[in-house]
Design a protein around this ligand. Structure first.
Ligand SMILES: Cc1cc2nc3c(=O)[nH]c(=O)nc-3n(C[C@H](O)[C@H](O)[C@H](O)COP(=O)(O)OP(=O)(O)OC[C@H]3O[C@@H](n4cnc5c(N)ncnc54)[C@H](O)[C@@H]3O)c2cc1C
Length: 389
């Protein structure tokens, strides 16, 4: 039986960061990962290049029942802090778009960087077995044939999104069994599926367009939408999915760059111009054709009344889809909900009811927008806990 100051369950983004910080503070740290290597989600993130942070990180880019909870940790560990770490390891990076920072090379560099720091700080890593946890005065762990104890335990096992990468609902199950409150989890940053009348749009599978998309509640996102064989995806839709609830419509402005009264103005400029050609100039051809069919727009634009054109423009600026669901945890980048922030100290991530138990990363009811915000939360919450051990 080995004794540690802290045992960290889950060697993902948050667990690796917490292990690094705690180890550097001279504590004896055991990191346990049931997969065969650490940081598997980091490896597949950002298309293999890891969108490791976002320079516009701010509390309003996150969803949580208590939107104030995350402020302290995010303020104490900023994107600049993580960039400094990346640069210390000579990892080249670039901003892709909207403040999203990616490795020039590979996400492997981020995992190697975190693990090298952990190893240098003397962190022990046990791989390949799930842990059985018991709580008495402290915490004891059984993992395969090995056993360990510690007075502190950090839960960093993430959420259930992408089970084939090793994701589990372990954190929620353990928290529930110890009487901690869970905010009902649901898949987020996930493609939405279409049914009924909207099924016709599936024929557009593979077509992408720059749009402004929004759910009934929540912000509007100006990014690309993509039609798929099951429904809607692309960054704009993934963002909207975090705010979308069953039964609600998703609103898409297909012509966000067109000036007001665009169609009526075009009619005055050139009444002989075919209305379909005009729409094709603003949208990808297959999408323009489908939308024109739906709106029964045909012939020279001069043959259509201003009333018809205004109604068509309104539809193009606020097309409503009512998804019948999402592609679920199998395709969700993150999970909304999780262990309630009401259970945790925002300074340290320690649970109020079980002293010595900390929860960090995606297991907590804090979910970021697409674009590096989720890793920044994993780093920041990992640092907050690591500094408090
Ligand atoms: C395809 C994809 C791409 C993404 N791209 C980005 C991106 O580019 N930028 C961004 O900010 N976010 C991205 N995300 C989200 C990001 O990966 C997560 O928000 C982040 O990894 C959460 O960190 P975490 O440490 O809390 O959880 P995780 O990184 O999921 O780590 C949890 C770890 O715990 C382990 N584990 C689970 N159960 C147990 C158990 N019982 N015992 C031991 N270990 C266990 C898991 O195997 C895992 O290694 C992406 C997600 C996906 C799925």
């Amino acid at each position: 039986m080995k004794q540690y100051d802290v045992i960290i369950l889950g060697a993902g983004a948050a667990g690796l960061m917490a292990a690094m910080v705690t180890g550097q503070r001279g504590k004896r740290v055991l990191l346990i990962e049931h997969a065969d290597e650490p940081g598997k989600k980091i490896l597949i993130s950002g298309g293999g290049r890891c969108n490791f942070t976002n320079i516009y990180t701010a509390p309003d880019r996150y969803l949580s029942v208590n939107p104030h909870f995350l402020k302290s940790a995010l303020a104490r560990y900023t994107p600049r802090d993580f960039i400094d770490l990346v640069e210390k390891h000579g990892i080249a990076w670039h901003e892709k778009t909207l403040g999203q920072l990616f490795c020039d090379g590979s996400a492997k560099q981020i995992v190697a960087m975190l693990w090298d720091e952990c190893a240098a700080a003397g962190v022990d890593l046990w791989l390949g077995h799930p842990a059985n946890v018991e709580r008495d005065d402290g915490f004891s762990i059984e993992c395969g044939s090995r056993r360990a104890t510690a007075t502190k335990l950090i839960l960093a096992t993430g959420g259930p999104s992408i089970p084939k990468m090793g994701a589990t609902s372990f954190a929620y199950d353990l928290a529930r069994s110890w009487g901690l409150k869970i905010v009902e989890p649901r898949p987020a940053l996930v493609p939405l599926t279409l049914a009924g009348d909207d099924l016709l749009f599936r024929s557009l599978s593979g077509v992408a367009a720059p749009v402004v998309a929004s759910a009934a509640k929540g912000p509007a996102f100006r990014e690309a939408a993509l039609f798929t064989h099951r429904g809607l995806s692309g960054p704009a839709i993934l963002q909207v999915s975090s705010h979308w609830r069953h039964g609600e419509a998703v609103r898409i402005d297909f012509v966000p760059d067109a000036p007001p009264n665009w169609l009526a103005g075009a009619k005055r400029a050139d009444p002989r111009k075919p209305v379909r050609r005009l729409i094709e100039q603003a949208l990808p051809a297959r999408l323009a054709e489908t939308l024109s069919d739906r709106l029964a727009l045909d012939g020279p634009i001069g043959g259509l009344s201003d009333r018809v054109l205004s109604a068509a423009e309104q539809r193009l600026r606020g097309w409503c889809f009512t998804p019948n669901g999402s592609e679920g945890y199998a395709k969700a980048e993150v999970t909304i909900g999780g262990i309630s922030t009401a259970e945790l100290s925002s300074q340290t991530m320690e649970t109020r009811r079980i002293p010595g138990l900390f929860v960090i990363g995606e297991a907590v009811d804090v979910t970021g927008w697409l674009g590096g915000y989720n890793f920044q939360w994993a780093w920041a919450s990992g640092v907050a806990a690591g500094q408090a051990i």
